[in-house]
Design a protein around this ligand. Structure first.
Ligand code: DQA
Length: 141
């Protein structure tokens, strides 16, 4: 079983970026925990601040993974192109967010990618990624 986690813009700053919202752990630290937790799953990780690179990563992931866990960061609210990429590949994508975007500023309430995703998980901090992987596992039963 193979899962790809894609993090979008500014998520490379986790650990120091607005810790009151996103916590104080880096994603690399959390990834160690996640891989230990799911030792039978190959979890690969990609991060980019660039919209087109995220789109390329989605295209490249097709047929290589059982599922993709995507935190598109602020592109969630703006990118029709990422939504189209998700819709254009045959691999399930699970949308995740650390924060509950519905409880934040109004401009974060709308996700352009949600309609193209298998489901959305938000508001559980880093655990949102864990729940995202569980949802892919469950779907493969
Ligand atoms: C985020 C929420 C987005 O609104 C924001 O732009 C992010 C992070 C989250 O994980 O809570 O960069 O996707």
């Amino acid at each position: 079983m193979r899962v790809l986690i894609i993090n979008g813009p500014n998520l490379n700053l986790l650990g120091k970026r607005e810790p009151s919202i996103y916590g104080s752990q880096t994603f690399e630290e959390y990834l160690v925990e996640l891989r230990n937790q799911f030792s039978s799953i190959k979890i690969e990780y990609y991060q980019s601040n660039i919209e087109g690179e995220i789109i390329n990563a989605l295209h490249d992931a097709e047929d290589k993974y059982d599922g993709i866990v995507l935190n598109a960061g602020a592109y969630t609210h703006t990118s029709i192109a990422i939504a189209d990429a998700i819709g254009g590949i045959g691999t399930d994508v699970v949308e995740v967010h650390l924060s509950c975007i519905l409880a934040r500023e109004e401009y974060r309430h709308k996700s352009l990618i949600s309609p193209k995703c298998k489901g959305s998980i938000m508001g559980f901090g880093m655990q949102s990624y864990l729940l995202g992987i569980y949802s892919i596992l469950d779907n493969k039963k």
